[in-house]
Design a protein around this ligand. Structure first.
Ligand SMILES: Cc1ncc(COP(=O)(O)O)c(C=O)c1O
Length: 365
């Protein structure tokens, strides 16, 4: 049996006619940037997220970077981020001109260990970026308390967690701003690059929108040295359709995850630990195994696609050698990098396929 690590095929087959009709409609309208479709999606997503404002932009990296810039974060500032995340979280800090400061995750949840945040706060710290990694909400009560106590901005990186909830509240409602990626493989994915920021703060929303539009509110009148990062009409229109199905698609991921949690029993494999009162959306189902590379080969030989998130931790990436952080400095991030394996997780997996993945993992010796 061949099972890919991830595919959008089943989602796309279900909504193909709707998507093609909408594409034709935008095509015929002939307006492609910042128009009706964009406003419609922004309204729908803000309402789904229960936030006042949504600002579409080019991608998830820009969504974080524009949020930081709008919060006035710049050269000389420090921003606390997890040591275990996709590089975009760190790059957004760097592009804003600030320095990323890493905090280790808990090995059990792969998310920020809030107990380690305060020791990294200095007079230069301006913000914390919390990442809901792999679709698992982070420990928001404690993180919000720390941000408040130290008067720090809080930005949520929700790129992997569309629709996940913490104590019944959707993630993205906890920080000053929350950034989303709609990269095609995300739980809510466009057919190209796209992103958005949500916030309840009117002024912040206005600055983010202006920054993403060349720093301009009025044509050829530029308030800031902004970027070109706008959501286009085609992506916005297609995202609007997909948003209607997001909860259904997430439920299916949750069903698959539940089966993995209940039925993967191999003692060599460590399952993810879910904290109380949260509903993860399982963008990635991350298991750990001391013998990860052998498990990866074993599953690959059985036709099962896997992936690693992420094989090199941020502090050891060549891109961040300027930080001069030695190997061993973030042992938990390094341990996750060395042992994590992401197994198939997508809407449309059949019971036979789920069963085959479970049995194959349980057979690994
Ligand atoms: C945690 C995280 N943050 C940010 C991003 C950046 O999103 P994009 O690829 O849309 O720029 C990603 C994308 O993979 C991500 O996983």
């Amino acid at each position: 049996m061949n099972i890919s690590f991830s595919t959008v095929d089943y989602m796309h087959k279900e909504i193909m006619d709707e998507m093609l009709d909408k594409f034709k409609c935008v095509y015929e309208k002939g307006w492609f940037i910042s128009g009706e479709e964009c406003a419609k999606f922004e309204g729908a997503f803000a309402s789904y997220q229960n936030r006042k404002y949504c600002i579409g932009c080019g991608n998830g990296l820009d969504a974080i970077m524009l949020s930081l810039k709008a919060l006035n974060i710049s050269k000389g500032d420090e921003v606390i981020i997890p040591s275990n995340t996709f590089i975009a979280t760190a790059l957004a800090v760097s592009y804003a001109g600030a320095t990323p400061v890493f905090v280790e995750p808990r090995i059990e949840t792969y998310n920020f260990n809030p107990e380690l945040i305060e020791e990294k706060i200095t007079p230069r710290t301006k913000a914390i970026i919390v990442v809901h990694l792999y679709g698992q909400p982070a420990e928001m009560d404690t993180i919000c308390d720390i941000a408040k106590k130290h008067n720090l901005f809080l930005v949520e990186d929700c790129a992997q967690a569309h629709g996940a909830t913490y104590k019944g509240k959707k993630i993205g409602q906890f920080g000053n701003a929350a950034a989303f990626s709609f990269y095609p493989g995300k739980n809510l994915g466009a057919l190209g690059d796209a992103g958005a920021v949500i916030t309840d703060e009117e002024k912040l929303a206005e600055i983010i929108r202006t920054l993403g539009n060349y720093g301009s509110i009025e044509k050829y009148n530029h308030l800031y040295q902004g970027n070109n990062s706008r959501l286009d009409e085609v992506q916005a229109a297609l995202l609007c359709i997909k948003l209607k199905y997001l909860d259904k698609w997430n439920k299916e991921r949750q069903r698959i995850a539940q089966r993995y949690m209940n039925e993967i029993t191999n003692p060599k494999v460590i399952l993810p630990n879910v904290i109380d009162d949260v509903e993860p959306v399982w963008h990635i189902f991350a298991i750990r195994c001391k013998d990860r590379d052998r498990l990866e080969r074993f599953l690959g030989e059985g036709g099962i696609g896997t992936n690693k998130h992420y094989p090199i931790p941020l502090h050891l990436q060549k891109a961040y050698q300027e930080l001069e952080i030695p190997k061993g400095a973030y042992p938990i991030a390094e341990e996750i990098s060395a042992t994590e394996l992401s197994i198939p997780m997508y809407y449309g997996m059949t019971d036979e396929e789920i069963q085959y993945v479970i049995e194959s993992i349980n057979k690994f010796e």
